[in-house]
Design a protein around this ligand. Structure first.
Ligand code: C5P
Length: 240
């Protein structure tokens, strides 16, 4: 599943983030192709901005990503006001026979197929919830509130960096577990920035497999510059 219904305001004004171009192709199309490259993927559910379903269907059809005979089937459904709601709407659109779900942000267009395969394999081999992750380059500090606007924030402590990971997508789940944590979150009114966070909140075990530096999230304008460079390098090496 690809939740792609966010506005992406940190990227600056313009079209919804998933529909912005990277190498002349929308981020969303890259993300769908990245999943479709994995033989573990049989269906891709795209959760589109509610007012952009027809546009997204057209975009995927133009790119040959929708309804092609070779790759997985692609289904486009309308999303919601939050990422969590969009994932819930995507889950509701899954056919009954699906029992493993990978949730992949449209904002991570360049995830290598090895990462998709590793996540799917870990779920197949018995994990309930799997996230790809990479070690942190930066030291991270926990801060408290500043004592006034524009004042420096006091540092509370420095977590041991060797124990920290930056989490990427696709995140993989047993479908029944993902459905039950989303149902609980809806009735509790709780919110998490990723799906694995919901599993943790309700006491489930999440495990980590190696992610990849090219699976970074396109959030700010500089990320698009980096993504263009990665894509140009892949195209130059003819493996894309
Ligand atoms: O905003 P952020 O980058 O964390 O969004 C992560 C992913 O969730 C993006 O692919 C975005 O399109 C999606 N999303 C969504 N529905 C929303 C908000 C975000 O599908 N209402």
């Amino acid at each position: 599943m690809v939740p792609a219904a966010g506005r992406g305001e940190r990227l600056g004004p313009g079209a919804p983030k998933a529909l912005r171009g990277l190498g002349g192709v929308p981020l969303l199309v890259h993300a769908v192709r990245a999943l479709a490259r994995s033989r573990a993927v049989t269906l891709v559910v795209v959760v589109a901005p509610a007012d952009g379903v027809a546009r997204v269907r057209g975009m995927l059809a133009d790119a040959g990503a929708e309804g092609s005979d070779s790759g997985p089937r692609v289904l486009v459904v309308p999303g919601g006001a939050t990422r969590q709601e969009s994932v819930r709407l995507g889950l509701a659109a899954l056919p009954p026979e699906v029992d493993v779900v990978l949730v992949h942000d449209a904002a991570r267009p360049l995830v290598p197929v090895e990462v998709v395969d590793a996540v799917a394999r870990a779920v197949d081999e018995g994990a309930q919830a799997v996230v790809p992750a990479v070690p942190l380059a930066d030291t991270v500090k926990r801060v408290g509130p500043a004592d006034g606007p524009g004042r420096p924030e006091p540092v509370l402590d420095t977590p041991d960096r060797s124990m920290l990971r930056a989490v990427q997508t696709p995140q993989g789940f047993r479908r029944d577990l993902l459905q039950s944590v989303h149902d609980k979150a809806l009735s509790d009114g709780s919110d998490a920035t990723d799906d694995a966070g919901l599993v943790e909140r309700y006491g489930g075990q999440v495990v980590v497999v190696p992610g990849h530096e090219e699976a970074f999230k396109v959030t700010r304008p500089l990320d698009l510059v980096l993504a263009e460079a990665v894509l140009a390098r892949r195209r130059a090496h003819d493996d894309f």
